[in-house]
Design a protein around this ligand. Structure first.
Ligand code: PHE
Length: 492
């Protein structure tokens, strides 16, 4: 039998894991959440979620992959033959995410090429530029209006890059991450030095960090912190399971998890300083308040930030650097999701060539991705992202904790973890996995569900929200079907 592929060193594995964790979420979601939910006070729920949910689950995912030497589906199937569906749910969610994540990278690519001009083409009307000129956005989600060919071409380029990165599995990934993990960090540092030396930077930063502890009273802040932790650590997608499955069985698991988690959160915090110093500059220059310019997601990265960049001296240079940052942040997160899917397929069909699997997955994702480069693409992206991140991931995390806690045995897995790790965990980890995490995640799902029932998300029509629900419910139904069917599906 063919030997399982291996990372060439522990460091390369860490580069890949950190590369996956550090992505667009660190730059366009974290700073905004921190600002919106009480500035420095947001760190309270964020760190609690990190220590109670994030690190323990990351340790769990690393341990499963490394111990069982399998991707998500086969790993859960070897815990119990009825549980393979948990892995399927995980990679299904991951596949959905990468399909739209690549579309976002396509926007960044178009902006990158449009940066090389004396005057930024979006100067004066960044909003109109993004929505009308780049996206050609339609009036509503029902008005799909054909494909936007510029974005289509950019999406193709992004997929070619992703394919080249995963073509040889961990062999090629291990080389690419040597560049794509450190590059965005260096670029952020460059933009930080520029940002902090601009007028008004300090006022922006004060907006970001000044704590407002009364924000801690709302339930929303806790929901936001928990879902951010899941997304930012790439948990619940089978990514960390797949990546760890290429480790040697005796690698230090708790050490790897702490390094990955702390580096990732450190970069999120730092990205906040970068973003807010630039927003502070823009607010000062245009005479508005930082509170009036800040936003998250596409609005931050493709409207507000470009607008600020256009005001700077050497704006073409810093615009190009910024979009390159987004691209390099995104790519190793994107291909980690593809690698999670590829690993599962390779586990199942060992004789299939890695290249063919990679090609098939990339091509399929590209084809689905065309939905997001139509004129209604942004609406679909918003809907699908909302449902996968708020329900899909959390459900997978819940099932993972139950499967390990109650079926495999938390203590049994912890004994293995402790036998290979320097930092040893006590029985508290078992309690977290068996009781605390399931209870917290169920509470989270219920609260989120109630919020959903209070009114249609962003006022979208029912059929569009049904698409959103289906990316959660279809894999869930499949998982249940696997769990309940009497026949052992695909015995191994
Ligand atoms: N962690 C990445 C981010 O914060 C996103 C991601 C999610 C990547 C899931 C891989 C898997 O942007």
């Amino acid at each position: 039998m063919e030997q399982r592929a291996r990372w060439s060193s522990r460091m390369i594995f860490l580069f890949a894991a950190i590369g996956s964790a550090v992505g667009l979420g660190n730059v366009w979601r974290f700073p905004y959440l921190a600002y919106k939910y009480g500035g420095g006070a947001f760190l309270v729920p964020y760190l609690i979620a990190l220590f109670i949910l994030g690190v323990p689950l990351l340790i769990l995912e690393f341990a499963l992959g490394q111990k069982l030497q399998k991707g998500a589906v086969a790993a859960f199937r070897s815990i119990h033959h009825r549980l393979g569906g948990i892995g399927t749910m995980a990679i299904f969610s991951g596949f959905v995410v990468v399909v739209y994540y690549a579309a976002v990278m396509a926007w960044a690519l178009v902006f990158f090429f449009n940066s090389f001009q004396a005057k930024m083409p979006w100067a004066g009307d960044a909003k109109g530029y993004f929505f009308d000129h780049i996206l050609h956005i339609s009036g509503s989600v029902g008005d799909v209006g054909g494909i936007n060919w510029t974005l289509f071409a950019a999406l193709l380029v992004v997929w070619v890059l992703i394919y080249l990165s995963v073509r040889k599995g961990v062999k090629s990934v291990g080389k690419v991450v040597l560049v794509t993990m450190p590059l965005p960090i260096i670029l952020l540092l460059v933009i930080f030095i520029r940002g902090i030396t601009l007028d008004g930077a300090l006022s922006g930063i004060l907006f970001y960090i000044t704590p407002d502890f009364s924000a801690l009273m709302s339930t929303e802040i806790w929901l936001a912190a928990a879902s951010q932790i899941f997304f930012t650590l790439s948990l619940g997608f089978g990514v960390m399971i797949a990546y760890a499955s290429f480790n040697r069985k005796d690698q230090n698991i708790t050490g790897d998890a702490w390094i990955t988690a702390l580096t990732n959160s450190g970069i999120s915090l730092f990205a906040g300083f970068v973003v807010f110093s630039v927003l502070g500059y823009m607010a000062t220059t245009t005479g508005v308040s930082v509170g009036d310019v800040v936003t998250s997601g596409p609005g931050l990265a493709f409207v507000v930030f470009p607008q600020a960049l256009a005001l700077m001296p050497l704006s073409w240079l810093f615009s190009a650097l910024f979009f390159l940052t987004l691209l390099s942040l995104g790519i190793d997160s994107a291909f980690s999701l593809v690698e999670a899917v590829d690993t599962v397929i390779k586990d199942r069909f060992r004789d299939m060539s890695t290249k063919k699997i990679a090609f098939g997955v990339c091509l399929t994702a590209f084809v689905f991705g065309t939905l997001f480069v139509t004129h209604a693409g942004l609406y679909f992206l918003d809907i699908v992202d909302h449902f996968v991140t708020n329900f899909g991931l959390v459900l997978v995390g819940l099932f993972e904790a139950i499967a390990v806690g109650w079926v495999y045995g938390a203590r049994r897995l912890r004994e293995y973890i402790n036998s290979v790790s320097r930092w040893k965990m006590g029985a508290w980890w078992d309690h977290l996995i068996r009781y605390v995490i399931p209870a917290v995640l169920i509470l989270l799902l219920v609260m989120q569900f109630i919020k959903e029932m209070e009114g249609p998300y962003e006022g979208y029509p029912g059929w569009a929200l049904a698409i959103g629900w289906s990316v959660v419910v279809v894999p869930l139904a499949y998982g249940l079907f696997v769990a309940l069917s009497r026949k052992r599906l695909q015995p191994q």
